[in-house]
Design a protein around this ligand. Sequence first.
Ligand code: EPU
Length: 448
Amino acid sequence: MSEEYIKVISSGPLHGEVSVAGAKNAVLVSMAATLLADGESILTNVPISSDVRYMAILLQCLGAEVALDEERKLVTVDTRSVCCFTVNPDVMKKMRASVLVMGPLLARFSQAKLVFPGGCSIGARPINYHLKNFKKMGVEIHYVDEVLHAKTKKLQSCRIALEYPSVGATENILMAAVLTEGTTTIVNAALEPEVLDLIEALQCMGARIVICPAAIIQITGVTSLKPMNHSVIPDRLEAGSLLLAGAVTGGDVFVTNARAYDMDIFLMKLQEMGHKIEVGLNGNGVRIKATQLPEAVSFKTGPYPGFPTDLQSPMMVAQCLATGTCEIHETVFENRFLHVRELQKMGAQIKCISGSGLACSVGDCDKVQVTGVEALYGTNVIATDIRASCALVLAGMAAKGKTVMTGVDHWRRGYDQLDKKLIQLGLRISIQPVDYLIPSARNAEHFI
Ligand code: EPU
């Protein structure tokens, strides 16, 4: 694919109704879970993003037949011909979620070979919680030339306590445990809506899983599972981003299929800023009627039901234009402030603060102080991760003039045509190939 850039031109308040795609972080793990059964699984409400395509390639490399129907937002995965347990290293390096096939491969084939996963540059992102607990389940792990070879004679059920409620580790252990004899207990499990969606998909396949108070998941192994037919939940992160598009432009946006009860703290923070939030019956559908005088609010990211780290950078944009000063504390990933420099280029007033309260550099801080400014100004910016790409588009729509963003591959990894939805709401945004317009220009400086 040729290099691309996104151009955003300030277009005034955004108005209208939109619906969100299925959740990226739910569909990827459900696609991995199809490996647990022998047969054809069907997933609907699938966001057709590049991460979904990578996962399709990964499964194909294992021998599965995968078909993506872009029109109907549907994926079928036929696992009858899966014969291989070595994960393609090129795909593995592109996408963090590749590691999620480890649990299913161990459950089905008692072994898996993979390299360390890649993905966004938001932190070191080790997989020690996954590996440590697979070992507890009777898996032996060896490394040869950076390739990790995991093997077990038979998976063993046990009681697992996660020292941190890791989403990926919870999902991987869950998928290994559903075909493991006896009862496996995960204490301090992650309970993000995407994990609950996986549990629902696994239950439809015949898995026996119960969630108990205080974040405990109990899995009683069964001898086999049937293929799944599962509709992926709507993406709460895309929903949050569209509501923020209403907020930062002072508009009125109704996200018809947003699930309000998946985003309580985020919606509460929007209300604290002064925005009017209307929620539909049973939490289905959320509308924002933005205030023209938003007030700054502090927030701290955390595991669900805390403020989602994936909405930290988009929400920061709203704070850049609010009245007053707030603090934003990132507790989930240690390097998730790279968008700060780009927002500063647009005129945002953001100060990085170290643990001791002193000013420090972006790479060393887990907290920033944002003081609202009257306006942001369009310029050339670079997205370094999926959610930063969304934040910079939000900044671009609220800024005066034209914003040009490179790093569009991050946007394409996480979203299924979000740009089209923004156009529907009245935004002037386009994605263009660099080579098409200015063949010699590789530097974003040339585009404006
Ligand atoms: N961690 C470890 N060791 C582990 C696993 C995690 O130290 O073995 C640390 C991580 O480094 C991080 C924290 O624990 O600092 C949380 O990681 P977690 O495992 O919960 O996250 P993940 O499974 O790697 C998923 C999403 C992320 C989302 C996080 C948190 C997928 C494919 N990814 O990542 O989504 O931010 O949960 O909710 O589901 C995104 O969509 O842009 C994205 C990064």
